[in-house]
Ligand binder design. Structure first.
Ligand SMILES: [Zn+2]
Length: 259
């Protein structure tokens, strides 16, 4: 709740950034008659904004990824039989991607995880994405990596209905990232590879720092996190987070909110 006076408006002008037009007013804000006149004289209109004007512009949907496996074509055959093709079970948020009907067991030195979903279509190198909690269960120290960057990562064993594959590398905890179309990127003023700051809006406020921006015409706006991250920040599929900054700098409008 803010008490907006002519003096506070003059102070905002004095800080050199000008006044926003439209000027956001939240539920509970008090605007003095002199302040209203001050805005009117400058042809600035008022706008109702209940969670801050930034939140309206920069809400981003959350997608929680459970542990899963991407398979190279040769490993599809090794696990399920010669000439085998994955069968789609359901579409994922990113175009062309699907959860397959097939699952594998992941086997580590300390434990196994059965029924791990395969995501299709089959692609270049096999990659197994698990949470840190899973890594304790398997007994393998697993690094955080961006999807596709598997060089030097630990191996793991996969068991399918027709065979076993012993991987020499490919086990990762996926680095969280934001998928954007070029249009989303333009609207949110985000560049390829930017390190973004995203804030949750729930009962346990968390700021994710260093979220990697991935821009591609095939992408749909979606913040991808794993189940450990979702559980610790009380996020579920379909929730939203707010973009509050990039590359180590908070957005100006967030700084104003905090000051
Ligand atoms: Zn993703």
């Amino acid at each position: 709740m803010a008490h907006i006076t002519e003096a506070s408006l003059r102070a905002m002008l004095g800080r050199g950034r000008g006044l926003p037009d439209p000027f956001p007013v939240r539920a509970g804000d008090k605007l003095t008659p002199a302040a209203a006149d001050f805005l009117k004289q400058r042809n600035i209109v008022l706008t109702r904004s209940d969670r801050g004007n930034l939140a309206d512009r920069a809400l981003i949907p959350v997608g929680v990824s459970n542990r899963h496996v991407h398979l190279a074509p040769r490993h599809v055959e090794a696990l399920f039989g010669e000439g085998y093709e994955l069968k789609p079970l359901r579409e994922l948020s990113q175009r062309g991607q699907y959860a397959a009907q097939e699952t594998v067991a992941i086997v580590g030195p300390k434990g196994n995880i059965p029924g791990v979903r395969i995501l299709g279509p089959a692609r270049g190198e096999t990659q197994v994405e698990i949470s840190r909690t899973d890594s304790y269960r398997l007994g393998v120290q697993t690094p955080v990596r961006l999807s596709g960057d598997i060089r030097g990562t630990p191996g793991i064993t996969l068991i399918g209905s027709a065979g076993t594959v012993v991987l020499s590398e490919g086990l990762i905890v996926a680095r969280n990232h934001l998928h954007l179309s070029p249009e989303d990127a333009k609207r949110l003023q985000v560049g390829q590879g930017d390190r973004l700051m995203l804030r949750t809006n729930g009962d346990r406020p968390v700021i994710f720092a260093g979220v990697v921006a991935r821009i591609d015409p095939r992408f749909t706006l979606d913040f991808h996190i794993d189940t450990d991250e979702a559980n610790s920040s009380f996020l579920s599929n379909g929730d939203s987070v707010t973009l509050i900054g990039a590359n180590g700098k908070l957005s100006d409008s967030v700084k104003e909110e905090l000051s």
